[in-house]
Design a protein around this ligand. Sequence first.
Ligand code: HAM
Length: 422
Amino acid sequence: MEKIHSLTGMNDLIGHKTSKDDLAERIFYTEEILRDIFESYSISEIRTPALESSSLFERSVGDASDIVNKELYSFQDKNEKSITLRPEGTASVIRSVIEKKLDNDTHKLWYLGPMWRYERPQKGRYRQFNQAGIEILGYPEGLAELEIVSIICSINNALGIEKPVLKINHLGNNETKQNYCKALEDFLIPLSSKLDTKDLERLNKNPLRVLDSKNLDTQAILKDGPKIIDYLSEDAISILNTIKDTYSNDCDIEIDHNLVRGLDYYTGFVFEAVSSSLGAQDSYIGGGRYDELCKQLGGKSLPAIGMAIGIERLASLAKTYKDNRTMVSFIILSSNIEPKAYKIAHNLRSINDLINIDVQLSDGSLKSKLRRANKDNAAYALIIGEDELKSKKIIVKPLLEKNSEQVTLSLEEINSFIKQLK
Ligand code: HAM
């Protein structure tokens, strides 16, 4: 029979007791820290469906982007409607806000979940990956920019990220963007015979994206081309300098006028957090302002700024991953007493919810169960057999401290023992 494999670029995340590595555990831990940070900024959670109408992404992420051009997972449903697995979260959030008629107010929203892009998989680049995102809606340029960068600094700090650099740029307002794009076109069109097909396509659809080219010949041509800084207003340059000055003690911030981002909806401030420890796929957060998107999707005019975090990339950078809850392995020695002994473990759980109690469910010798407890890094084994149950006692065997002896405690003493564990 043909073997069934997971699809290319799609990973299973399996908890540390079953998996051979701690990748999944790092990811779960990272997600927990992110949730705490988002809540501490008083941001509310939003969950949108994984599937949306294909037109949502075509009209938002944009047909000049690689995502829409070649990376969408799009299908016809049974009704022959074109539907797409979301490649990112921003478009869905705005769709939802418009649909629920919330586009006349301010909102701070976060989300976390899988996204799908049909990319060529490599280290740090998957076809199904997880993103946590934030969208701050209804606030014009200013304080919202400072808040977004503050959140990035908090994330770097909480997870002990190695060598973080925040690249920032400003794409100007619509008028600046149009003037700059026109100048870029006027400069590049006479040189089009020197551009590769990909850059020519970018020049036709969205000239700004040529700045993002990986082709070294194109980069050499651009050196003599128009620079966005010459088209930016004083306010735009000043917001970049304010951000750099405000957070200079917290984060290495670089102003990079070639940073344009790969999605079409951006206007104004844009950024990417990168770390050289990640290798080729070095960006672990990306985002920016997108003041036109809500109106473009049929809603009211709603200024907006947001970002998304690549969870796999962030988790691989996290230095502070620690599973520091005390683990207690509960060993029942006879199948005759299982329900009564299990009830004792059940009651112990309600005494202290800061510890993990693992009741070993399988049959087996005490030796094999203690081996399992050691493998799971349990601090204590609680052992109960027929004699202990009859005399209402439990044996406590310390597993981490070499010189500690096991003791037998009454049920009341066990309650106090469990209560004081941290
Ligand atoms: P993005 O730059 O396309 O932005 O993605 C954000 C982050 O998701 C990237 O920096 C990266 O860490 C991660 N990522 C993207 N593609 C992959 C992949 N194939 N495998 C692993 N990780 C990946 C957005 O998605 C925008 N929606 C961000 C935003 C929110 N802008 C405004 N609001």
